[in-house]
Design a protein around this ligand. Structure first.
Ligand code: PLP
Length: 411
């Protein structure tokens, strides 16, 4: 008999974006001439920067020649990329990271999803609510979530840290003992950030309570304001309590190319059943090298080119492009009297739905009356009910058009 992993049966419904796609398809089959503008899924629309393209073409040529051909590379990543990451993302900010603390991968989704594997099954997990759904679902698959409660629409054993307008989307510290805390800043979906002082409170809490922070900063490149930390390791002592995830996806148009990295400091300790300390870095290294065979050489050459002088300039202008879209949406909607959040240090605008509409009602209204696809906030968790996410990743033309269409709605 083939027995399945029963935990999978606790997963709730289909993934948010498949429901959005279903409603969009249904609408389009009834209105085939509608010109839909998508500001829903967080995928980029601009091509790869020139410096990246050039580096990737060069790498392809190298692979064709006998003397420079490469087969399997180091699972943790090539040293040229790891050194570029350490120099530019950390040393330049006064942070010391060693090369054996960086693990290059094919995406942060895999990393934030896989990391839970190295922790015990009875670890108590805390997530922000609303939340990037991967954190919750991967813990459900691993059997850490407990039962889904259809009344609260939450899992019994997951601790939800509510983020709403009332707390400026800055969650309170957990009210009960937790072991793993997922924090995402700049945040998807709310687009909000923490100041250094606010992030320090989390690091101090983790140290005092012996827990680990899983810090997802996939949107770090979009930070514009000075007091917003780019890395959790800017906070003293964070290397003892935090793993950091970064992605090139949104930074450099790598959503389809696939490259990211995770920093697991050697200072981080977990404990075995006998109470002896174990280095988390050793466990992740074992997991990564056993289950992953490295990112392609061509991709890593492309990623390293992001850190070249031309690459940096090109990335900065990409980020500027998207952040100007964010300002168009933010200012446009605010001028209509809508309550808007985010969009200053992140490519997401989080808005309070007008007239107390629920998230899906607003989704249907926007789709049917303005032919715009966004993302219902409730799809990210119960605290997202009554909110809605728009992304700044569209073209300028479509972004402006979308705001004009919303302006004409009666809200
Ligand atoms: N983390 C967050 C918060 C995200 O929003 C996303 C993608 O949308 C990811 C991770 C995944 O990024 P990647 O493309 O590197 O898998």
């Amino acid at each position: 008999m083939t027995s399945i992993n029963q935990n999978y049966l606790e997963l709730q419904g289909s993934y948010l974006f498949s429901e959005i796609a279903k409603r969009r398809t249904a609408f389009m089959s009834e209105h085939p001439n509608a010109e839909i503008i998508s500001l829903g899924i967080g995928d980029v629309t601009r091509g790869l920067p020139e410096a990246v393209l050039k580096a990737m073409h060069g790498a392809v040529d190298e692979l064709a020649a006998p003397g420079t051909f490469r087969g399997y590379g180091p699972e943790q990543g090539y040293d040229f990329l790891i050194q570029a990451i350490i120099e530019n993302d950390y040393k330049a900010r006064g942070i010391d990271i060693a090369s054996n603390e960086v693990f290059v991968s094919d995406g942060s989704k895999c990393d934030v999803g896989n990391i839970q594997e190295i922790f015990s099954e009875d670890s108590v997990v805390a997530v922000q609510d609303p939340v990037y759904p991967v954190y919750v679902d991967t813990n459900v698959m691993a059997g850490r979530s407990g039962r889904f409660n259809p009344e609260t629409k939450r899992y019994d054993n997951i601790v939800y840290l509510e983020c709403t307008a009332e707390n400026q989307f800055k969650p309170a510290l957990p009210g009960r003992k937790v072991d793993l805390i997922y924090l995402c800043y700049p945040n998807n979906p709310t687009g909000m950030t923490l100041t250094k002082e606010e992030l320090k409170a989390w690091v101090d809490y983790a140290k005092a309570n012996n827990c680990l922070i899983l810090f997802d900063s996939a949107y770090e490149a979009f930070i514009q304001e000075k007091d917003v930390p780019h890395s959790i390791y800017e906070i003293e002592g964070a290397k003892e309590v935090a793993i950091e995830f970064r992605s090139f996806s949104k930074t450099a148009g790598f959503t389809g190319v696939r490259c990211a990295y995770t920093v697991v400091p050697r200072e981080l300790k977990g404990y075995d059943a006998a109470g002896s300390a174990v280095l988390i870095n050793d466990l992740w290294n074992r997991r990564h090298t056993t289950k992953f065979n490295g990112v392609s050489y061509v991709t890593q050459r492309g990623a390293a080119a992001i850190y070249s002088p031309e690459g940096r300039e090109q990335i900065a202008s990409l980020v500027q492009y998207y952040m100007s879209n964010a300002a168009v949406i933010r200012d446009g909607l605010a001028s209509l009297g809508l309550e808007v959040f985010g969009g200053v240090n992140a490519p997401y605008i989080w808005l309070k739905t007008p007239q107390g509409m629920d998230s899906w009602t607003f989704f249907d209204k926007l789709l049917s009356e303005a032919n715009i696809v966004g993302t219902p906030g409730v799809g990210f968790g119960q605290s997202g009910q009554g909110y809605f996410r728009l992304t700044a990743f569209g073209s300028r033309e479509n972004t402006e058009k979308a705001v004009e269409r919303i302006r004409k709605l009666s809200l």
